[in-house]
Design a protein around this ligand. Structure first.
Ligand SMILES: NC(=O)c1ccc[n+]([C@@H]2O[C@H](COP(=O)([O-])OP(=O)(O)OC[C@H]3O[C@@H](n4cnc5c(N)ncnc54)[C@H](OP(=O)(O)O)[C@@H]3O)[C@@H](O)[C@H]2O)c1
Length: 284
């Protein structure tokens, strides 16, 4: 049995779909099983990474775990899962981490949280694989509302470039790591095929949607205020602002061949991702 945490989120849902399509036995963790809407045949269970007892129950008869946690709780939640998995006799854990963990100079919150999470998995003595993706293409869905409303996008750090990755490619790598042997003890830096600036992503969206879209650079402070206005906590808004600032550093523009090496398929382009998500932007 493979346990997938974060199963209702962007990467986890794609992973559950791919594992179910492969016929692998999957148990999916959510705090809201009634709302999970996961494929037939998937064993959907309640668990909370903040409640170790719920993890013990979810881990019965599990061999491999996909560990997805988020935000300031990452160190504590990863430690809870890793300890419970070790007690349950789990063989291996595939942890979704962050690409910037691989940048030794990165000291802002998100890479710090994920480094602590990786360490918790190591400390539990489990066999491990760390997936370290660069920024997700799906972050562009935050622009869907403004595009539908005003055909205009605002973003900070216009000169920054990130080798953004399609979350479906992260899921494809995770599915391999969870169903094949030979991934133990490996940390994979996962990227898309091209480093893009926010303006270049908006230009691609304009072509795919067949719309003129305006792009305006805003200050980091204004972008942080916008996050707070959407209900993001001040701690998370600071962490996201630091991540966005890191796009000015050469590291985030690094392109790796890892997705293709591990899946046998080239990493998806941002254009292909945008074509698959036209509906969310109000087109198709
Ligand atoms: N976005 C990026 O650019 C980027 C880049 C690199 C790495 N990452 C990393 O990717 C991860 C986020 O992945 P994602 O975008 O796929 O996630 P997501 O769509 O935000 O979904 C979060 C998932 O976590 C689950 N969850 C939240 N709190 C939980 C708790 N206390 N106990 C159990 N489950 C809980 C939610 O499930 P329920 O609500 O159903 O319980 C949901 O399935 C983070 O670790 C982030 O640092 C993101």
């Amino acid at each position: 049995m493979i346990l997938v945490t974060g199963a209702t989120g962007t990467v986890g849902r794609a992973l559950v779909d791919q594992l179910a399509a492969l016929g692998a036995p999957v148990r999916a963790v959510t705090r809201r099983p009634d709302r999970a809407a996961l494929p037939e045949g998937v064993d959907v269970v309640y668990a909370d990474l903040g409640e170790p007892d719920s993890l013990t129950a979810a881990l019965r008869r599990v061999r491999r775990v996909f560990l997805l946690s988020d935000g300031p709780d990452i160190p504590r939640h990863d430690a809870n899962l890793a300890r419970a998995a070790a007690r349950a006799g789990v063989d291996s854990v595939v942890k979704l981490s962050s690409g910037r963990v691989a940048d030794p100079s990165a000291a802002d919150p998100v890479p710090r949280w994920h480094r602590a999470g990786e360490q918790a998995v190591l400390d539990a003595g489990l066999a491990w694989t760390f997936l370290r993706p660069m920024g997700f293409m799906s972050n562009a869905l935050a622009w869907a509302g403004p595009i539908r409303a005003t055909a205009a996008v605002e973003a900070p750090f216009a000169a920054g470039r990130v080798a953004v990755i399609d979350p479906a490619d992260i899921a494809a790598v995770a599915a391999r790591a969870l169903t094949e042997d030979g991934h133990g003890g490996r940390a994979h830096l996962l990227t898309g095929p091209q480093a893009l600036s926010p303006g270049e992503m908006v230009a691609t969206l304009a072509e795919v949607l067949g719309l003129p879209l305006a792009f305006t650079e805003v200050s980091p402070a204004a972008a942080r205020e916008a996050l707070l206005g959407h209900g993001v906590s001040p701690e998370m808004a600071d962490a996201i602002t630091a991540l966005r600032a890191a796009s000015l550093e050469p590291f985030t523009a690094t392109v790796t061949p890892t997705v293709e090496q591990l899946t046998g398929r080239p990493a998806a382009t941002f254009r292909a991702w945008a074509e698959r998500h036209r509906k969310e932007f109000g087109h198709g």
